[in-house]
Design a protein. Structure first.
Length: 390
């Protein structure tokens, strides 16, 4: 083995050697990643590491891939962002998910008070681009009261143009995202957000195709947890799902825990839609990374039962899921290729956010955010900007 990880942290140049390396586009066998000051320089055959850079040699069978990027993370490590919309909470959530290969994420605040949302925006602004925090995802409050999911009805609002004043502050928060129901916002609302650089996604909505397509024309580009909290598609009512599966301008997130969406339905989505427009998301709650089997969500008790997080009335309340398991489920339950599964957890979310030149790949010039996986797709370790976790 090469030098200890702590020694690498002090060296500006080093290499990581592995049997297989996936750069986000193709595989390199028996290769090394050369890293200089936290940035990927190149991937080269192992026997061509003529630079003499110190190399950490990974165990036989190890695969290296771009670190995972999670667009929807409500909590982890025993912390729910809605309880603590602070920089410290965001860092703790990111740390909890890092052990599962997630090197970048959007901490997610579900519908709550205006004060909570403003606090979350301020916290994300102070952290954006550091510690694995890319920005913030506001899921609500401008969603349909007919599709609340676990969101509290008294926090769900119809938007007005005045809301653009405080919501627009997200444009200053690195990569940011808003989930809304297009039928619950005024004309021009989506366009104003999208032109300011905020990614807008449809979710918790009953928008008819014409309404959704108008929002897409204005810049809406995402679908939050496809199939969940939206009407089912039928022969004469394609709804959100029909538009999502056929409009190449939309990138759709899927919660692949085997509970939120049946694996056969996921396979159908991957078959119908361009695989470069499907993202794996966790929708994770505080139980991830802990032994706890319950928590409180805005006054309601949520229980973890057989891998399923449910409220007292049986409503799904986020997921007990992280992206390493989602990737494994994509391969073992759904049957898609490992390449597509890895891309859906790294390159595709990076492309959705417009940061694919420096995240989501291991191409020259990208930040050295890396996950090491066993042949069983278990996470061995990660690097963020070329550094191992402390």
């Amino acid at each position: 083995m090469g030098p200890e990880p702590a020694e690498h942290a002090r060296r500006p140049q080093f290499a990581i050697s592995a049997d297989r390396i996936f750069d986000g586009y193709r595989w390199h066998n028996d290769a090394v990643i050369l890293i200089d000051r936290g940035v990927v320089q190149c991937i080269a055959p192992r026997d061509q590491n003529a630079s003499g850079w110190p190399a950490e040699v990974m165990p036989p069978g190890t695969m290296l891939a771009p670190g995972f990027i999670d667009l929807q993370v409500n909590g982890g490590g025993g912390i729910l962002l809605n309880d603590e919309p602070t920089p410290e909470a965001m860092r703790a959530i990111a740390r909890a998910h890092r052990r599962y290969g997630t090197t970048s994420c959007l901490p997610t605040l579900i519908s709550d008070t205006r004060a909570k949302a403003i606090a979350a925006i301020a916290a994300a602004r102070s952290l954006a681009g550091t510690g694995g925090i890319l920005g913030l995802h506001l899921e609500g409050p401008f969603i349909s009261p007919s599709r609340p999911g676990i969101h509290r009805g008294d926090y769900i609002l119809a938007a007005t143009t005045d809301d653009l004043d405080w919501l627009g502050e997200l444009s200053e928060v690195g990569s940011s995202m808003v989930t809304l129901a297009p039928e619950c916002v005024p004309a021009g609302f989506v366009k104003t957000l999208a032109t300011s650089g905020i990614r807008v996604s449809v979710g918790h909505s009953e928008a008819v195709p014409d309404t959704l397509i108008r929002a897409i024309d204005e810049g809406l580009s995402g679908v939050t947890h496809l199939f969940n909290a939206m009407p089912a598609m039928s022969a004469r009512e394609p709804g959100i799902i029909g538009v999502a599966l056929t409009d190449e301008r939309l990138t759709a997130g899927i919660i692949l825990d085997g509970i939120h969406v049946d694996p056969l339905v996921v396979r159908a989505a991957f078959s119908a839609k361009d695989r470069g427009n499907i993202v794996l998301v966790s929708d994770a709650m505080p139980t991830v990374g802990t032994e706890q089997d319950h928590f409180e969500l805005m006054g309601r008790q949520i229980q973890l039962r057989h891998g399923r997080l449910v409220s007292e009335n049986g409503t799904l309340a986020g997921a007990h899921l992280e992206l390493a398991s989602a990737v494994k489920n994509a391969v073992t339950l759904v049957g898609i290729s490992l390449d597509d599964a890895l891309r859906a957890a790294s390159l595709v979310p990076a492309q959705f956010l417009g940061i694919e030149h420096h995240r989501g790949t291991l191409s020259a010039g990208a930040r050295a955010d890396i996950v090491a996986l066993t042949t069983n797709l278990d996470v061995l370790t990660t690097w963020i900007a070329g550094k191992r976790p402390e």
